[in-house]
Design a protein around this ligand. Structure first.
Ligand code: PRP
Length: 213
């Protein structure tokens, strides 16, 4: 029978997701964080863990190349993905915020220029407020945009707040809370329901225990 494939994005989120899976009895003995390998097998031989870029996790899961994925709510909100969101893992907690200079004055006659990786979320937020914007899509180091005069504000993830602080910026508005979600391919949930349901249940038990601690 086809193996169950779990897509993760390398980094802290993967580390914490792997810890949750370990507590749930799902272990990948040959996994090493420093390894450049992209595929690991669990001890039962039934599961495969694959590493992709954060924005590609929902792509793999939606297309069925992976059955299960762990991905931030920010990525799910930004892209309209057709997957089941089955659990909030309570890890990777941060916020999507508008940030800029403190006491910044805006020229209301001009479109607000926003530098961001999250162009859809930024547009939606300001459209609801009825504020005209020009969204400048960036790929990272977004904090530079207002500093270099590329934008008036940024819409970005704030976790510890260290990046904003070290670049002289502050949170101006909070847009939404973010945490990592467990997502499942819609067809897999039907065709491999026994195994996938059991994985979800084991993970949910760990989350319940964690919440009660
Ligand atoms: C993210 C985000 C901020 C930073 C926030 O960047 O875009 O820059 O983390 O974290 P903090 O509040 O704890 O400082 P990431 O590390 O993903 O790199 P990037 O700039 O390439 O997007």
């Amino acid at each position: 029978m086809d193996k169950i494939k779990i897509a993760l994005a390398k980094g802290r989120l993967a580390r914490e997701a792997i810890a949750i899976m370990k507590e749930a009895g799902i272990e990948f003995p040959d996994y090493e964080e420093k390894s450049r390998k992209l595929i690991f097998q669990d001890k039962t031989g039934r599961l495969r863990m694959i590493f992709v870029k954060p924005w590609d996790v929902p792509v793999y899961v939606e297309k069925g190349a992976a059955d299960i994925g762990v991905v931030g709510k920010d990525v799910l909100m930004e892209n309209n993905v057709n997957v089941y969101e089955v659990a909030d893992l309570g890890i990777g907690i941060c916020k999507l915020c508008v940030a800029g200079y403190e006491n910044q004055e805006f020229n209301k006659k001009k479109k607000l220029k926003i530098g961001t990786k999250f162009s859809n979320s930024a547009k939606e937020y300001y459209n609801k407020k009825g504020i005209p914007t020009e969204v400048i899509k960036l790929n990272g180091s977004v904090e530079l945009a207002p500093i270099m005069g590329l934008s008036d504000v940024i819409v970005d993830i704030v976790e510890s707040g260290k990046t904003l602080k070290e670049n002289g910026l502050v949170i101006l508005e909070e847009i939404f809370d973010i945490s990592a979600r467990l997502i499942v391919n819609k067809v897999s949930l039907k065709t491999k329901s026994g195994e996938i349901d059991s994985i979800i249940e084991k993970i949910e038990n760990v989350l319940k225990e964690r919440r009660s601690e």
